[in-house]
Design a protein around this ligand. Sequence first.
Ligand code: ATP
Ligand code: MG
Length: 204
Amino acid sequence: MAVQQKQRLGIMGGTFDPIHYGHLVTAEAARHRFNLDKVIFVPSGHPPHKQERKLTLPDERLMMTLLATVANENFVVSDWEVRRPQISYTFDTMQAFHQQYGDEAELFFITGADAVLEIMQWRKIEELVDFCSFIAATRPGYRLDNFSLPPKLAAKLYFMEVPALAISSSDIRRRVQSGEPVKYLLPETVEMYIAKHGLYRDGE
Ligand code: ATP
Ligand code: MG
């Protein structure tokens, strides 16, 4: 009897306000390097840490994420966080995927190294690493010195270098507001969506 291999799933959470090539390059690099079967993009509904500015509507961020990922057959989008009325912590989301897939899948949460530096403060991190590994994207040559973790966490954390780290959603929003070009920083479909819906023109 053939032994069925576990699915390897990458989960990429974010506000995606808007999604850009930094996110997409990172997801694709993680897929290739860690042999993931697919990467699931999960736009946030009510992020706990970004309440200082008004976020673009969840459905608009979801739509931009769909537009950006449609051309990659290994990328899918989940509306799980967007549909939930309450705040979703990474723990809640990963637990939901864990419950959905059970032991048939191995879960990898993909994140920028900036977020990993705060990993110790994440909600229920000790429990989270019981069923999830972390892939942290860093700039080429960038070293996370003075970064020590308990062995249980360190064993579940992998670093990966990606080339497109200078792109950020906040810089793209600032550019739209000041009339600077955003072309080649994000997919053309997303650029068109932003223009068509007048997003980011009034600043944050
Ligand atoms: P903002 O500028 O508003 O903080 P952002 O560009 O960081 O937005 P988020 O939606 O906050 O985008 O990020 C989602 C995830 O993608 C986070 O884990 C973040 O660390 C990671 N990320 C963001 N930009 C990049 C990038 N250029 N390269 C790799 N990872 C990135
Ligand atoms: Mg960010």
